[in-house]
Design a protein around this ligand. Structure first.
Ligand code: NAP
Length: 227
C-alpha cells in the first residue's frame, strides 16, 4: 500500500520509518521540500534536523503535502494541530478525495507557555473540524494519545498491552486503520470509541497526558484500560 504522511516532525518520522521497514511505499509531505532539507537546527524537542533522519531513511521519499497526498492510498495527518486544516488544504482536496485520513494531530496552544492548552474542546474537536473542511475524506482519529516513539512500536513498554483508541464515521476506514495498528504496528488493545465525535474525548486526554509527562519526567508511558 502507498502511504502519504503529512508532517516531518517526530510523528511523521516515527511512522514513516516503521511503514517503510514494513514494505510500504512512503512519501512524507512538507510545505517546501528544499527548505525542509536545508534546515540545520534541531527541532523543538532537540532532535536532529529532518535532513539527518532522511539520510538514514533513503527509502522514504520527501515531497510537498500535495505530492504525499496524491501518491497515497492512505494519508496520515502528522502536522501541528493549529495548522492541520491549512496543511490539508495545501495537500489538495482532489488529492485526498475518498481517501482514509488517519488524524494524529492535537490542536495545542503554546501561546501561554507550558503545558499547552487545547484550541478546541468539549463540543467540537480537530478531527471533526478536518472532516467538515474536507467532507470527502474518511477521517479516523487515532494514535494522538501517546508519544510518537510508541505509536508504531507499542511493545517498547514492558507491558505491551496498553491502549490505543480509534474513532470515525466510516466503519471500513476504521477497519483498515485497525488492521494497520494491529498487523502493522503490533497493537493488541484497540478500542473503537464510535463515531468521530469521540475525537473530543481522545483529544481531551492531552491535559492529563501532559501532566503525567511532567510528573513521571518521561514521555514513555501510555494509558491502559483495565476491564
Ligand atoms: N510529538 C509527539 O510525540 C506527538 C504525540 C501525539 C500527537 N502528536 C501530534 O502529532 C502532530 C505532529 O507532531 P510532531 O511533534 O511530529 O510535529 P509538529 O512540530 O507538531 O508538526 C510538524 C509539522 O507541522 C507542519 N506545520 C507547522 N506549521 C505549519 C503551517 N503553518 N502550515 C502547514 N504546516 C505546518 C510542519 O510543516 P513543515 O514540514 O513544512 O515544517 C511539519 O510537517 C501534532 O499535531 C502533535 O500534536 C505528537
Amino acid at each position: 500500500m502507498r502511504i502519504g504522511i503529512l508532517g516531518t516532525g517526530m510523528v511523521g518520522q516515527a511512522l514513516a520509518a516503521k511503514l517503510a521497514e514494513g514494505g510500504y511505499e512512503v512519501v512524507v509531505g512538507t510545505r517546501d521540500p528544499a527548505a525542509t532539507l536545508a534546515r540545520d537546527e534541531p527541532d523543538g524537542y532537540g532532535n536532529p534536523p529532518f535532513r539527518v533522519w532522511h539520510q538514514q531513511h533513503p527509502d522514504v521519499k520527501l515531497g510537498s503535502f500535495a505530492d504525499a497526498a496524491a501518491h497515497s492510498e492512505l494519508v496520515v495527518n502528522a502536522t501541528a494541530g493549529a495548522a492541520s486544516v491549512d496543511a490539508l488544504r495545501l495537500a489538495g482536496e482532489a488529492n485526498l478525495d475518498g481517501k482514509v485520513l488517519v488524524d494524529i494531530a492535537n490542536a495545542l496552544d503554546f501561546s501561554r507557555g507550558m503545558p499547552p492548552s487545547l484550541l478546541v474542546t468539549n463540543t467540537d474537536s480537530l478531527g471533526e473540524q478536518i472532516q467538515r473542511a474536507l467532507p470527502a475524506v474518511r477521517v479516523v482519529k487515532a494514535l494522538n494519545t501517546m508519544n510518537a516513539l510508541l505509536m508504531a512500536n507499542p511493545r517498547q513498554l514492558a507491558d505491551g498491552d496498553h491502549t490505543v483508541f480509534v474513532c470515525g464515521d466510516d466503519p471500513q476506514a476504521k477497519a483498515l486503520v485497525t488492521r494497520l495498528l494491529t498487523e502493522g504496528f503490533g497493537w493488541r488493545d484497540v478500542i473503537d470509541l464510535g463515531d468521530l465525535t469521540a475525537a473530543r474525548a481522545t483529544e481531551m486526554v492531552l491535559p492529563i497526558w501532559l501532566r503525567l509527562m511532567g510528573a513521571l519526567q518521561t514521555p514513555m508511558f501510555n494509558l491502559k484500560v483495565v476491564r
